[in-house]
Design a protein around this ligand. Sequence first.
Ligand code: MG
Length: 380
Amino acid sequence: MKRLSVLGSTGSIGRATLDIVRRYPERFSVKGLAAGSNDELMTQQIEEFRPDVVALMDEDSAQRLKIRFRELEVLSGKEGLVRVATLEEVDFVLSAISGASGLVPTYEAVRAGKTIGLANKETLVMAGDLINREARAPIIPVDSEHSALFQCLQGHRAEDVRKLILTASGGPFRGMKKEQLKNVTGEDALRHPTWQMGRKITIDSATLMNKGLEVIEAHHLFGFKPEQIDVVIHHQSIVHSMVEFIDGSLIAQLSLPDMRGPIAYALSYPERLPEVLDRCSLSELGTLSFEEPDMETFSCLRLCYRALRMGGTAPTVVNAADEKAVEGFLEGFIGFNEIPVIIDEILSLHQPKEVQSIEDVLEADRWAREKFDELMEERV
Ligand code: MG
């Protein structure tokens, strides 16, 4: 029996994780749940999964839960999330709090020696070197592309790998040029063709920033150089990624796009659970297509390669600047094409520093957010 904490249990990855737990109750039990502010859904999850400890980031929502569940340990704020991430009796932490706020609880879970199922890509983007230095137990990717790479790499030696090839759906604006993207709105960008995800990551898919962050994540997970990591557009989202070997062979992982696949694999690794996904009929799908990414139009991808080569705190800065820029785009005060321009500006102003501690990361994160606000003020 694996004992789990789920960080971000009310989000789409968290809910899919609990769906796996629900289907295989003899294999998994839930000890801790943590989320942002959705106390309604958390109430249902507590009643169904009976955790020992829960935490909500939002104080008022946590207060409402406390009144509903007097017997239960209900915590709030960052300390609450960290407590759920580090519970003694837990051996596996599914980390799915989106954005930079997932970093500290995940980092503390790593330091506590937990096996991590990692869906929060910011953890590795912001603090990859630090996390790798501290990790004593495996970090198993939950992001579909990295799960695919992880699966394709099983049983192979790193020196036999030529390239990791991440696939990207291309998002809702695939094939469009800068001129056509000038006036697109948040609503246009939120219509993702294949995956149902949160707002931030959906916008990141439209700009290809998501893929850039995944390149950085892949570098830290598997230890390959930036020039060994490629991106190919594959809009059907059936091939989740592939590995090219030195002999010229490619190994790919295919399945229908359903996050329960990578989640279940992370939870049960190295075994596989039966009947997790609907079967994938290649003859029904017919055609799978692949094309080069357009890095001129979607220059966020290029920015991520640049930040990865700069090293140190540069990826943290790109990530923070992007979070701010996406917020600004969704609120309607910056245009779609301005997202990479502003991030580029902030990255160019940054002097990357080597990451020695989590404070270095948080400091760079803060710096980038302040820089963003300054640049916005200058514009009005
Ligand atoms: Mg992904």
